[in-house]
Each structure stands twice: as C-alpha cells, then as structure tokens.
Ligand binder design. Structure first.
Ligand code: SF4
Length: 406
C-alpha cells in the first residue's frame, strides 16, 4: 500500500544526499559540514543506507528518481566503496532512471582519474567542482586547500574517463578582489570548457572566520558596487562565450542546465537524506537533524532491519532522522509566494501565468497584480507572453524584488 503522500506525486522526484564532512573548514563556510569527523564516515554511510531504505520502503512503491545529487560538505571524501553502497541502497528502493542526472560535488584537490573512472562507472554523470578562484591569494583567503592546477587536472581527468557534464563554481565579491582578477578567474574557468558555471556572490555569514576578520577591521568590507560590476561583466562575457544564463547565478551550455536544481526552482517535489538534508512534497517541507553523530544514533536506534514495508509505512515526512523543529506545513499563501520568487530566479523561464493558475486555481494577477504592475513600472519585471521574468537590471537586486511577494 502506498503512503498517502505518494499519491500526490505525478512526475519524477529529485533526491538530495547530504555528506556533511570536509577535510577542513573554509573561512566563509556556514554550511552544515564538519572537519575532523572523518572517523564517523563508515557509520554515517551505514546510517545513510538505512535511512534510504526506510524512506524508499515507506513510500510503498519504487518512486521514480529523475535526479540525484550528492552535496555537502565534500562528497568526494567518500571512497568508491562507500558511494557504491549508497547507490546500491538507492537503486534497491527507488526507480533510479538510466537517464537520471547524478551529480557529485567534489573538491578539486586529489581527484585522480582512477577515482573519477570508478564513480563514472557507478553512474555519476555530472561532476561539480568547487573551484572558487584561479588566484592563490584569493583561495588562501577563502581557506581553500587546492590551487588552480588541481582544478585543471581534475577537469582533464574527468574528460579522460568520460564525464560529459562538468560544473565549475566560482565566487566573486571577495575582500580585496579586483575586476581584473575576477576576469582572469572567469577566463581560466571558460578555458577549461565546462558545460556549466555557477557564480556566487560571497556572503559573509556571522560566526565564520571571515566574518570575524572583517568585523575586527582586519579585512576590507565588501564593495557591493564592485561585486555588481563583476556580475555584469560575467553576464556579458559568458554570453559571448556561448553560455546561456538560465538562473540568477547559473549559466550552462545549451542542454546542460542542472536538472536537479531546476526541480527546486520549479517548486517540484524532492526528498533529502543524510544529516541536514531537506525535502519538500507539497505542502510539507522538512529537514533532518544536522549533527552526524545524532543522525547515526537515530538511524541505529530505528528498527528498520526488522520492519516490513507495511510497517515502515508512515506519514510524510518519512525518515526517522527528521528533526521535528524543521517540519513545516506551507500555507497556500506561502506556496504562491514561493512559486513566484523561485520562478523569477529562472531568468528565461520565469513564472508562467498558466502554470500558476493550474496549480492554485487563482490567476497570477488576482494574487499579485498590484505588486507586478509596480515592479513593471520600475523596470524590474517584464511580461513575455505567458511568462513574467526579471529584467536584466533586476537580477542584481533580485532580493529587493522578492520582498514584494512575502
Ligand atoms: S569545502 Fe564547501 S562545504 Fe566544505 S568547508 Fe569549504 S565551503 Fe564549506
């Protein structure tokens, strides 16, 4: 018997697997990840396989997975054997399509051809490299332990073993970064011919070493105007280089947009497993506990090995690792706002009036006519047939636009 949430799923799902381990912590990082806990990895992989089995069985039938994403943290810290076990657990309880996009985030240092060939052989189709900058000084500021030669070698090795889909992450808006150094990082990245580029503006999160250095006056404050110039430069440069911008921070060769992340921006359902994973099936959003040791304990305490599929069957969210404080039922009003905000992130696709009405039984203009008219009058959104999209100038101040819908 299928769990009740399953009946609400018509299309395929995305599955996110969180790997919360890093060799060391970068100076700007506020993600749920931990350095110095490598000894926990084997128990964590055991727990992850148990959680995947639980979630899959609880659904009552093999749910179709169109995308799978290993994020972190540093998923490439996992051995081939560990990744093989996790994928085996997933394939046992989910219908992981042969055509599925399977992404693995990786640290460029130490990615050798043997490792990459092995994970390619396991079915990983997309490699996402946290490159961040082509400059040693900027990488040192960020606390990254690789250099650009590592990035270039990782891309070469990935090509050699058959990866046809490689993403490179870069960060702009760093203290002390110049437009010239940003241009150089972009040029170096484009020279490696990736299919996809993600460009992130540095966020200074409270509690990080970088935040403390800036607060203590040891580093310059970020220059927002310069960061805006960097973004504008990238937009023009990447268009000339043949990349399509499909999201505020993401560019791809035609046909290489990240299908997994599109699922989030289109506000379609996804499941999340691992410590600090997040999932969403309308109208419920949930997260699992953050701390790896607690996660391992919760999964060790669960009775999964002894339960039949029917006994596993329970209300969504399904996992024993769910943190009750992170379970939220999204109201219809929130759902409509999220649909517009996430849709506007997709700079070409935008928000479809027809899709909005089909989802909510209300016309977009009934809900946000005044806000949209005001934004259009200020030149921040435009109508293209059925779709509403951000204008190019609004992409730089998207958060101000989004506030109109909250
Ligand atoms: S590698 Fe990524 S997840 Fe790990 S500490 Fe650095 S920024 Fe954070």
């Amino acid at each position: 018997m299928a769990s009740s949430f399953v009946t609400s799923l018509n299309g395929g799902l995305a599955l996110y697997v969180h790997i919360p381990f890093c060799a060391r912590r970068c100076s700007y990082c506020a993600f749920n990840t931990y350095a110095g806990l490598g000894h926990l990895i084997p128990a964590y992989v055991d727990a992850l396989c148990r959680e995947i089995t639980w979630v899959g069985r609880a659904a009552g039938r093999k749910l179709r997975l169109d995308t799978l994403y290993f994020g972190g943290g540093t998923p490439s810290l996992l051995s081939v054997e560990h990744l093989a076990r996790i994928l085996q657990a997933i394939r046992a309880v989910f219908d992981l399509r042969d055509s599925a996009e399977i992404t693995l985030e990786a640290n460029p240092r130490g990615l050798d051809a043997a490792y990459l060939a092995a994970i390619r052989g396991l079915g990983v189709t997309r490699l996402s490299l946290g490159a961040q900058s082509a400059h040693a000084g900027e990488l040192a500021l960020l606390g990254r332990r690789h250099d650009w030669a590592d990035v270039a070698m990782a891309v070469r090795a990935a090509r050699l073993v058959g990866f046809r889909n490689v993403n490179i992450d870069l960060i702009y808006g760093l203290p002390g970064q110049t437009l010239a150094s940003w241009r150089e990082s972009l040029a170096q990245a484009v020279a490696l011919a990736p299919e996809h580029l993600s460009l992130y503006s540095l966020g200074i999160e409270a509690g990080t070493p970088l935040y403390r250095r800036i607060a203590a006056g040891k580093l310059a404050e970020l220059d927002d105007d310069l960061a805006a110039d960097m973004y504008e430069y990238a937009t023009g440069y990447l268009a000339e280089a043949g990349f399509e911008q499909y999201e505020i921070s993401n560019w791809a060769r035609p046909g290489y947009a990240c299908q997994h992340n599109l699922q989030y921006w289109r506000r379609l359902p996804y499941l999340g497993v691992g410590a600090g994973g997040y999932g969403f099936v309308e109208p419920v959003r949930y997260g699992t506990v953050d701390r790896p040791a607690e996660y391992v304990r919760l999964l060790a305490d669960s009775l999964i090995d002894y339960l039949s599929p029917e006994q596993c069957n329970q209300q969504f969210p399904l996992s024993p690792a769910v943190d009750p404080a992170k379970v939220e039922t999204v109201t219809p009003r929130q759902a409509r706002a999220e649909t517009v905000i996430l849709g506007l992130r997709l700079v070409k696709e935008g928000v479809s009036r027809c899709d909005f009405e089909r989802r909510f039984g209300l016309r977009l203009d009934e809900c946000y006519g005044i806000e949209l008219a005001g934004l259009a009058a200020r030149g921040l959104v435009q109508c293209l047939d059925d779709r509403i999209v951000l204008t190019a100038q609004a992409r730089l101040i998207a958060n101000l636009v989004f506030r109109e819908f909250v």
